[in-house]
Design a protein around this ligand. Structure first.
Ligand code: SF4
Length: 441
């Protein structure tokens, strides 16, 4: 029987994509995936320190593997991901869990296969957290698990130091991939039949600034426009500080780019935005939205919002609601602020009580849900183009999104995953749409 691996992924899309790279390394060594701990020869914990109580979760989950290791001493347990680069986590972890075989950071993920081979040969525990700012390895091909969607890193790290965020401390400064490497990857994904490609980075608008060869995000979008084939192009995430009309125009002129922009506002209060170190005001944000709407009138705008940031008053919170009213967000990821150790906001005076935070998030979610339901109703009777992405066994329906990111469910006798289909919307189910298939590719 062949060797098997199991990867447990926590956190954001960046982590999910890094797990695809680890899967690529393991698959290159002849391992196959399993979802059963008992069958696994290698178990990888890809940790994330961005989520709340991340360390407790990670420690709890890793601790639970002690029994599996006792029953199968040959089992290799690996811990990687951005948490390994936070504070003294990498030093503490092997002391707390002596059965962990190796710990690696995000910079040396591409060396995963070499480190695993070394571990198997020497049987010694390995802790390697490299500091490799500036150098990007291209040696691993990800084993993707999200057809027809694919994520392509264009820039790693972040230079922004928002006061609530741990990312710049654990993922280092911005490092852009070479444009040729990105274009090669996108072309090959299109050739393989992927239908939605999301360019990934903490701040995609910063792409190219560190390369010093004239590369820019706009230039990259324009180059991708020349690639033939039908696919959708998305970005995650833009930053209001760096997003501008040139990016909006490049999106407008690119036949592949979805008319959908995710622009995290975080707050509508200038005072809070300053404390967050976001380096834009609410009115800067609104002018960028106006520019987008001028260039791409049908563009959907989604955002991230945080409530309960230190010192946030009811008035500040109302500024956030007011920003939502002015923009009319097609979707918002709403978060309750929670301190991340090692960030400036964690030690700020004026931390907000859980009760107040809960009250504000409920009001914000309520506002946004009511707005979304209203927008969903506008779809009724329309025929929309949906990229079929998955099949929901509970609902017995296929599901997918339109270019604006709206989710729709529909029935089909044939498997349509990976196809662009036309769906007539008959009703809404809360945030999503229900329709009937009227045409397949
Ligand atoms: S832009 Fe701000 S919130 Fe986003 S990763 Fe960078 S520091 Fe964190």
């Amino acid at each position: 029987m062949g060797k098997k691996y199991l990867i447990c992924t926590y956190g954001c899309q960046m982590n999910v994509h890094e797990s695809e790279k680890i899967a690529g390394s393991l698959s290159g060594m002849g391992y196959e995936e399993t979802t059963e701990v008992e069958e696994a020869d290698v178990i990888v914990f890809n940790t994330c320190c961005v989520r709340e109580n991340a360390e407790q979760h990670a420690f709890g989950n890793i601790g639970a593997l002690q029994k599996a290791k006792a029953e199968n001493p040959e089992l290799i347990i690996v811990v990687c991901g951005c948490m390994t680069q936070q504070g003294d986590f990498a030093e503490r972890l092997p002391k707390t869990f002596p059965f962990v075989d190796f710990v690696i950071g995000t910079y040396n993920l591409d060396d995963f296969a070499d480190i695993l081979k070394r571990k198997l040969e020497t049987k010694k525990r390995i802790v390697e957290i490299l500091d490799r700012n500036g150098e990007i390895s291209e040696k691993v091909t990800p084993l993707r698990s999200s057809y027809p969607n694919a994520w392509v890193n264009i820039i790693y790290g972040c230079n922004n130091f928002c006061s609530y965020c741990i990312v710049p401390y654990v993922r280092g400064r911005e490092r852009s991939r070479k444009k040729e490497d990105i274009l090669k990857e996108v072309k090959s994904l299109v050739k393989e039949g992927y239908k939605e490609i999301t360019l990934l980075g903490q701040n995609v608008d910063s792409y190219g600034k560190d390369l010093g060869d004239g590369s820019s995000f706009v230039d990259l979008i324009n180059e991708i426009a020349k690639i033939e084939g039908k696919f959708r192009l998305r970005f995650m995430s833009n930053h209001p500080k760096d997003f501008n009309g040139n990016v909006a125009r490049a999106i407008k002129n690119n036949p592949h780019a979805a008319h959908s922009i995710h622009l995290p506002a975080q707050s509508g209060s200038d005072r809070i935005l300053k404390l967050m170190n976001r380096r834009y005001t609410a009115s800067d944000y609104l002018s960028k939205i106006e520019e987008v709407k001028r260039e791409i009138p049908d563009c959907s705008i989604t955002t991230d919002l945080i409530v309960g940031f230190p010192t946030e008053t009811e008035e500040d919170f109302q500024d956030t609601i007011s920003l939502c009213e002015k923009v009319g967000f097609d979707g918002a990821f709403t978060f309750v602020y929670s301190p991340r150790e090692g960030t400036r906001a964690a030690v700020m005076d004026g931390q907000i009580s859980d009760e107040v935070k809960k009250d504000r998030i409920m009001r914000l979610v309520d506002y946004q849900n009511t707005y979304n339901r209203k927008r969903s109703k506008e779809y009724i009777g329309k025929v929309v183009e949906i990229l079929a992405e998955d099949y929901d066994e509970k609902k017995n329906k296929y599901l997918g999104r339109d270019e604006y990111g709206k989710m729709a469910y529909f029935e089909s006798k044939e498997n349509v995953i990976g196809k662009f289909v036309k769906v007539k919307i008959n009703s809404t189910g809360g945030m999503s749409l229900m329709g009937e298939l009227v045409e397949t590719e």
